[in-house]
Design a binder for this molecule. Structure first.
Ligand code: DAK
Length: 258
């Protein structure tokens, strides 16, 4: 796969997408959204890939939409672009686990893309924010919705209304980030984590992801029912038999993804 705004690599069973517009702090131009979508389509359909990492560079995961490209857009154009909404939500629609490995700035659309991953492993220099209000607009691809679900109303309002950034410690305390790692290690940790997830039974991983996602979409009692049914269905997999048998026999399981 060859792209201009991203780099796509495969390391064992992990697909890695790296934003590659370093001069513009990985600002998200339309070409990048299109390439990100194409890369995710390809990685999702590749049976050799079991988990995906999305990352940027040490200075920026992504500093938001490309303001230069967006500045002269009209209401009519924005509305017409709604047909591209599948691109902006492509990460969230991915059925394979997606980890955001974030260093530096994750602002505006950058923060929104990181939040649409399954979880965020961040470097100790990471900063998160929804600064759109400071440039006369507002979040448009999930900032007011995902951030509120992740960190609660008080912090989401604070960030969206003032545009202030959260440093990584605050982001971890608030529940936006799952782990903080030193800048020279965060990617390695994300890769090891993706490999660990990839070593488990793929259909089981898929159900786990589906169940956790359901928690944000439904009531507690409905979510509990969904979880119970998905739990029951793991007993239809050979991998459940193998996993438990391996535990009893004190050996590593050999999952077959079925
Ligand atoms: N767009 C374009 N260029 C950007 C950029 C951005 N968002 N962020 C940084 N750059 C460029 C700068 O212009 C500069 O370029 P040169 O001058 O060197 O050519 C270079 O990156 C380095 O930036 P700075 O010189 O500003 O570096 P600093 O270290 O001083 O500051 C910063 C770093 C990240 C704090 C600062 O650059 C900054 O505040 N950037 C803008 C952050 C921001 O406001 N982001 C939100 C953008 S709005 C949607 C799709 C997407 C979105 C919404 C809807 N749909 C399609 C529905 C998303 C919207 C947004 O994200």
């Amino acid at each position: 796969m060859s792209f201009n705004t991203i780099i796509v690599e495969k390391k064992q069973s992990v697909g890695i997408i790296t934003f590659n517009r370093p001069k513009a702090m990985n600002a998200l131009c339309p070409a990048l959204f299109a390439e990100l979508t194409e890369a995710l389509d390809e990685l999702e359909s590749d049976d050799a890939i079991a988990a995906i990492i999305i990352t940027g560079d040490d200075r920026a995961f992504a500093a938001g939409a490309d303001i230069g490209e967006m500045s002269e857009s009209t209401y009519q154009q924005m509305l017409a672009n709604e047909s591209l909404s599948g691109q902006w939500d492509r990460i969230a629609l991915c059925r394979k686990p997606v980890i955001a490995a974030v260093a530096g700035y994750a602002l505006g659309g950058g923060c929104e893309l990181a939040m649409s991953c399954d979880f965020i492993i961040a470097a100790d220099n990471a900063k998160f924010g929804q600064p759109e209000v400071t440039i006369g607009t507002m979040p448009g691809i999930g900032g007011t919705q995902r951030l509120t679900r992740l960190v609660g109303k008080a912090k989401a309002m604070d960030m969206c209304l003032t545009g202030r950034m959260m440093d990584v410690q605050e982001a971890e305390r608030a529940g936006l980030v799952s782990r903080i790692e030193p800048l020279d290690k965060y990617f390695e940790v994300a890769l090891d984590t993706a490999k660990q997830i990839a070593s488990f039974s793929r259909p089981v991983v898929k159900l786990v992801k589906e169940a956790v996602d359901a928690a944000l979409e439904t009531t507690l009692s409905q979510g509990m029912k969904t979880e119970r049914r998905l739990f029951h269905s793991t007993f239809a997999f050979e991998d459940q038999k193998e996993g438990m048998k391996a535990f009893i026999e004190k050996r590593k399981p050999a999952f077959k993804n079925r």
